[in-house]
Design a protein around this ligand. Sequence first.
Ligand code: COA
Length: 172
Amino acid sequence: MTINIKKCTLEDLHTLQEISYETFNETFKDQNSPENMIAYLERAFNLNQLKIELSNLSSQFFFIYFNNDVAGYLKVNINDAQSEEMGEESLEVERIYIKKEFQKHGLGKDLLNKALEIAMERNKKKIWLGVWEKNENAIAFYKKMGFVQTGAHSFYMGDEEQTDFIMAKTLI
Ligand SMILES: CC(C)(COP(=O)(O)OP(=O)(O)OC[C@H]1O[C@@H](n2cnc3c(N)ncnc32)[C@H](O)[C@@H]1OP(=O)(O)O)[C@@H](O)C(=O)NCCC(=O)NCCS
């Protein structure tokens, strides 16, 4: 069994789109209407949008490989790429997704540790994220990893306004 984390480039665009769709569907389709899911997927993960995000120097995407399979991915943002104005001393984990079949094997922890490593290298003081209030699995995972809730913000899934908890971890 080999686990590797690799930074994505523009060459990974199509694989990134596939895993983005697949993991978002697996995670949220049971709790959201098909219309809202389609609206979100088309807006967030169209090729043009992903290309812009992959080209942004303040964002980085990583794939985690389990043997030769892409098992999950991570997106981190700094500076203006953060989805809230958290300032230059923060790093945002915007997306962290492990495909269902690979969950609960430590891969999520490996990706979160990658985000922490990047934050430390860049002398950030805080790592933060937004998580849907109904995503109990992810909230439990983040708590296990030392994150605490510090606030909340609105998030649009299609035309439905939802609440994301903001969770953060202070770095020493
Ligand atoms: C949340 C997610 C990234 C966690 O990844 P994972 O690979 O399943 O988790 P890991 O196996 O790395 O778990 C790391 C630790 O968290 C704990 N943990 C994971 N899920 C947990 C849960 N639901 N409840 C309690 N603890 C949990 C594990 O027991 C493990 O603890 P340990 O270090 O003591 O062994 C993954 O489940 C996922 O991709 N979910 C769907 C997508 C999603 O919701 N993403 C977040 C959007 S904000």
